[in-house]
Each structure stands twice: as structure tokens, then as C-alpha cells.
Design a protein around this ligand. Structure first.
Ligand SMILES: C[S@@+](CC[C@H](N)C(=O)[O-])C[C@H]1O[C@@H](n2cnc3c(N)ncnc32)[C@H](O)[C@@H]1O
Length: 235
């Protein structure tokens, strides 16, 4: 069976040119609403990292909201970064870097690390450790992704993905993503797993479910006090 990491080139290898339109249509505009919620949670910062920035939709919204902050967007797919660069020419405070979030190696630390739609593709322990190594004391990690809804809306959710799967037959570059995304979301327990890992790393964690529990935002905040006690614990 393929790992979530194996799906990344399949989903994103040929889709960068149409991503911005598809994400709006496929989420019925909810993607913009979810990103607004993420933005509201970002504290006033000097430096912000957007992990798996894709075409830079969220990165540019962050740069608009915090014009004097330094914003870095990283992604593992060069084709997505090419679109991000193209669409961000007027932003002097954004830089894009080709990197794998799981082996993040930037020569700097951030006040806030944000990501939309990466958690389900990564190993929670590895990703959180990579973030911790790039977070300033007292910094915040904000992770957003789809979840499989718990309530009666599941029936509608499953029907919707059957429909999206059919649409995929007419949009070849998205066929595999539309077919395999629901399985990935159904089987992912990213929210519980990241919550546990972050708590072990000394973060205070809060969770916000969005749009009938079809997506969630997890916020981890590590106060300077927790950072000190965690450092003491590690030794
Ligand atoms: C659905 S797109 C989301 C893009 C953007 N965050 C947004 O909200 O519009 C997922 C992105 O995650 C990137 N990605 C997946 N795994 C990654 C990893 N390990 N490191 C960096 N980027 C990754 C993909 O290349 C893709 O651009």
C-alpha cells in the first residue's frame, strides 16, 4: 500500500497550473473561509513560515496581513513554487524555497509556523520536530487539514467524493487526486496524532473544527516557560 508521502508526486506532479481554481471549486469556496480562520490565529510576528505553501495562496494572504514581517514559503514540488513565484512578484517580503518539510533546514527561526493541507502527508513526530527546530521560544504552530466528519454529514461527504471522482474522468490531471483523496482523509488520524506529539513536546494545544467538522485547525503554543522545562526534561 502507498504511504501518504508517495501520493504527493501523484497528486501534485501535474496540477500546479489549475490548483487555485480547483481548490476553490472543490471546496465550494470553503478554502478561502478556512484560510481566513488560519490568518486570525497568527499572532503579530517578525517572521512567519508557510510550510507546503503550494501556489502561495495562503503565503500572500499572510504577507498582506503582516506587510512588515518576513514570510518564507517552502514546498517540495518545484512546479508549485514556480506558480507561487510568478503570482507573488509584487511581494518583496516573501521568499520561496524548495524543501521537504520533514527534513526542513532553514538557517533561521520563526515566530509562527503555519500550514494548510500538509499534516496528512507527513509523519507527525518528524514534522513537529522539524518545526520545533525552527520555532522561536514562545512560538506558535498552526496546522490545518481536512478531516473525516464524525456526524451524520458523513453520508453527504462520501456522496460528494463519489461525484468528485466522476468529475476526475473529465479532468485527467486531477483524476488520481479526486479518486484517492477521500481514502487518505478517511484513514488519516492526523488531528489526534499531532495533538499527542505536540503535547509531549511541551505545547499547549487547542483544536477548532470547521464547516461541520470537515476540516480542523490545530494550534500549538509553546510558552517560554514550557520551552525551558522541556529543555530541562531533554537533558
Ligand atoms: C493541497 S496543496 C496545499 C498548498 C497550500 N498550502 C494551500 O493551502 O493552498 C499541498 C502541498 O503540500 C506540498 N507537500 C506535500 N508534502 C510535502 C513535504 N513533505 N514538504 C513540503 N511540501 C509538501 C505539495 O507539494 C503541495 O504543494
Amino acid at each position: 500500500m502507498e504511504s501518504p508521502q508517495d501520493l504527493v508526486p501523484k497528486f501534485f506532479g501535474k496540477t500546479s497550473g489549475t490548483y487555485d481554481r480547483v481548490v476553490i471549486c472543490a471546496t465550494w469556496g470553503k478554502d478561502s473561509y478556512w484560510k481566513k480562520q488560519i490568518l486570525r490565529l497568527i499572532p503579530s510576528s517578525d517572521a512567519i513560515l508557510d510550510l507546503a505553501c503550494g501556489t502561495g495562496i495562503l503565503t500572500r494572504k499572510i504577507a498582506d496581513r503582516f506587510p512588515s514581517a518576513r514570510i518564507v514559503g517552502i514546498d517540495i514540488m518545484q512546479n508549485y513554487l514556480d506558480v507561487a513565484e510568478q503570482n507573488s512578484k509584487k511581494y518583496e517580503n516573501i521568499s520561496y524555497v524548495l524543501q521537504d518539510a520533514e527534513v526542513l533546514n532553514l538557517d533561521t527561526r520563526f515566530d509562527c509556523i503555519v500550514s494548510s493541507y500538509i499534516p496528512k502527508y507527513c509523519s507527525p513526530y518528524i514534522l513537529v520536530r522539524a518545526c520545533v527546530n525552527h520555532l522561536k521560544d514562545g512560538g506558535k504552530i498552526i496546522l490545518h487539514d481536512f478531516i473525516y466528519p464524525r456526524s451524520g454529514i458523513r453520508v453527504l461527504w462520501n456522496l460528494y467524493f463519489v461525484l468528485l471522482n466522476c468529475v476526475g474522468f473529465f479532468v485527467p490531471s486531477w483524476k488520481e487526486a479526486f479518486a484517492e483523496l477521500p481514502k487518505l482523509i478517511r484513514t488519516s488520524s492526523w488531528l489526534d496524532e499531532y495533538e499527542q506529539v505536540m503535547k509531549k513536546e511541551g505545547f499547549d494545544v487547542s483544536i477548532q473544527l470547521l464547516t461541520c467538522g470537515t476540516s480542523a485547525v490545530l494550534v500549538g503554543h509553546r510558552s517560554s516557560k514550557n520551552t525551558q522545562s522541556k529543555k530541562g526534561y531533554s537533558r
